[in-house]
Design a protein. Structure first.
Length: 256
């Protein structure tokens, strides 16, 4: 049946049914999940899906996963000094990693918890973002911290930028991929309070290909493909709204 006929039949059914707004019946159903439905807290910082299809969320008061019917809490160990979880990710080995506000990174593997923090392994106890980078059968966990730059975990070994490096004390918000530009191939980028850093030859360096971001608090980046080729780069910026690269300069979109 043509789409237009279905639309007209839907409108007619809504009108005959006495609906005040016939378009209401055509809107996708939305459901809100909160404390009563089983979430640990009403403020959700991150969402991930695991390999079996469950939805995992990180909140200010812990973690939970959803199987399509029920929310199940996942409690951090009693030794954790916080339940505030900002980010979470599953790695290919089946581990779940939880980045916290003040207690570093907690790992859950086969029911066993381990902690990675400023006491060992990490340059900061605040973890803002996590990203898994797959390289064939190997993988690397990227950890964006608050004030300690970026740490990496690969094959059981931790490393991070020295404190005197450009990104060594950076406050990292999000990771994202940038498309090829200025003679470079695709690069991993980190949006930070200090601007944007990119990973080049194993080192994090300031992103200067598109001038104007150094020293600006960038929360996130997104490269959107253009119909005629190329990409448009969007940046969400603290207190400045959205910025978009128009090919020659950054344009700012602020509240009216």
């Amino acid at each position: 049946m043509p789409v237009l006929r279905l639309l007209l039949l839907g409108l007619l059914a809504a009108v005959l049914g006495g609906a005040a707004d016939p378009w209401v019946s055509l809107r996708p159903p939305m459901r809100r999940y909160g404390l009563q439905e089983g979430l640990p807290n009403g403020t959700v910082y991150a969402i991930q899906r695991d390999r079996v299809g469950r939805l995992w969320v990180a909140t200010q008061d812990g973690v939970a996963h959803y199987d399509g019917r029920t929310w199940t809490p996942v409690n951090l160990p009693s030794s954790s000094t916080t339940r505030f979880v900002r980010t979470l990710v599953e790695t290919p080995d089946g581990s779940w990693w939880f980045g916290t506000e003040t207690d570093g990174l907690w790992r859950l593997k086969q029911g066993i918890w381990s902690n990675h923090s400023l006491k060992k392994d990490l340059p900061s106890d605040r973890v803002n973002t996590l990203l898994v980078v797959q390289d064939g059968p190997s993988w690397t966990l990227m950890v964006g911290t608050g004030g300690g730059g970026i740490a990496t975990y690969r094959e059981g070994t931790w490393s991070w930028e020295p404190s005197d490096a450009p990104a060594g004390r950076a406050w990292i918000w999000k990771f994202n991929w940038l498309p090829p530009m200025q003679g470079h191939g695709p690069r991993l980028a980190a949006a930070a309070k200090e601007g944007v850093f990119v990973l080049e030859e194993g080192r994090w360096v300031p992103f200067v290909d598109l001038p104007g971001l150094v020293g600006i608090d960038v929360n996130d980046l997104l490269a959107v493909p253009e119909p005629g080729g190329g990409h448009r780069i969007w940046a969400s910026v603290w207190n400045l709204g959205l910025m978009v690269w128009n090919g020659t300069r950054w344009e700012t979109h602020t509240p009216a």
